[in-house]
Design a protein around this ligand. Structure first.
Ligand SMILES: Cc1cc2nc3c(=O)[nH]c(=O)nc-3n(C[C@H](O)[C@H](O)[C@H](O)COP(=O)(O)OP(=O)(O)OC[C@H]3O[C@@H](n4cnc5c(N)ncnc54)[C@H](O)[C@@H]3O)c2cc1C
Length: 306
């Protein structure tokens, strides 16, 4: 069971850093607490008393969000539900609404933050592959000598391993910035032990931009999680497809490429099959949503991987 002696809800970054300085060595930061509570309840750490919980979810800067045609900025305390509520965000990040719809359930989704998902650094976190496919970076802040300083780190460099990030002692994750990709078709494929309320065994984010005729891949962005210790961008596959026509044989070759990357400790053969199937389905779904020409993306191909 998790208990605390004090639960603080700072309303500004200054207040949060002041609380962290006052309670140094005795506090833990929470946002939605949807990872923290199960962590304590599952007894991984036995009965847990954290003297001070500092809830950063009420800090306005961590709740801001904005998207134009080029960039997206998400406050770290933004809950996943916003990807479903905010059409402008869905337009700029075409695979995120599909990720959010299968994320936990209504209650958890309203509470679970994008920042908490990143810091928890689960190999199977759903939010991180989508963000990595958008070339995301994280903005971190720390207070030293009464001054707040900030740094930016690419998200794929920030996540170092299971439950391990480059967050330094006393630092807070403030926001995430990434490319806006309006006009791309997006897909998010996920499998777990059951369909909903499930932590992914494998998940794949796909973003596709086609040429004006809807016949060629102008850009492809792919990122996968659950097959190794950290989420990864599939740059080789992206290169292989960029500039090429939509073609069943080439798609099948692309789908085979990441299979060798499966390095998770359990259910490797199953994950290899899943990766191959997800690649086909994800690319086809994303291409269709990007406006693929009906002859390029044949009904037969679509039907095989719907
Ligand atoms: C029933 C259930 C279903 C779930 N389903 C899914 C799912 O489908 N997909 C999925 O990916 N995850 C799932 N999760 C996991 C969890 O909901 C997510 O990882 C969520 O995004 C965590 O965010 P949070 O704000 O609740 O994290 P918290 O528990 O508040 O924090 C998690 C970690 O991040 C740190 N932290 C949080 N915010 C900051 C900040 N701004 N700066 C520095 N450190 C910070 C905390 O100290 C803690 O170490 C599920 C959890 C539950 C309980």
């Amino acid at each position: 069971m998790l208990t605390c002696d004090e639960y603080l809800t700072p309303r500004t970054l200054d207040e949060a850093f002041a609380a962290m300085a006052t309670h140094r060595g005795r506090y833990r930061v929470v946002a939605g607490a949807t990872d923290t509570l199960p962590w304590a309840r599952q007894g991984r750490a036995g009965d847990v008393n954290i003297p001070v919980l500092i809830d950063v979810s009420k800090i306005p800067e961590m709740n801001e969000r904005g998207a134009n045609d080029r960039r997206v900025r998400l406050g770290a305390a933004m809950p996943f539900q916003r990807f479903l509520d905010d059409a402008n965000l869905g337009r700029a990040m075409p695979c995120m609404p599909r990720c959010a719809v299968w994320f936990a359930d209504d209650q958890i989704r309203a509470q679970a933050t994008i920042g908490g998902n990143i810091i928890n650094a689960s190999p199977a976190a759903d939010g991180t592959p989508c963000l990595i496919a958008h070339d995301a970076s994280v903005e971190l802040a720390v207070a030293r000598g009464g001054k707040i300083s900030r740094r930016k780190v690419a998200l794929d460099k920030f996540i170092l391993g299971p439950s391990k990030t480059a967050l330094e002692d006393g630092e807070l994750l403030i926001a995430i910035e990434c490319d806006a990709l309006p006009g791309y078709g997006g897909s998010f494929e996920k499998v777990g032990h059951r369909r909903s309320l499930v932590i992914s065994l494998v998940c794949l984010a796909v973003l596709v931009k086609l040429d004006a005729a809807g016949k060629k891949f102008e850009d492809v962005r792919l990122a996968i999680a659950g097959i190794g210790p950290v989420p990864q961008r599939l740059t080789q596959v992206e290169k292989f497809l960029r500039g090429t026509p939509i073609d069943a044989e080439r798609l099948a070759q692309a789908a085979d490429m990441p299979v060798e990357l499966v390095a998770s400790r359990t259910r490797q053969d199953y994950r290899r099959d899943v990766v191959r199937g997800f690649m086909m389905r994800g690319l086809i779904n994303a291409a269709r949503r990007a406006g693929a020409d009906a002859q390029a993306l044949t009904g037969e191909l679509e039907a095989a991987y719907a």
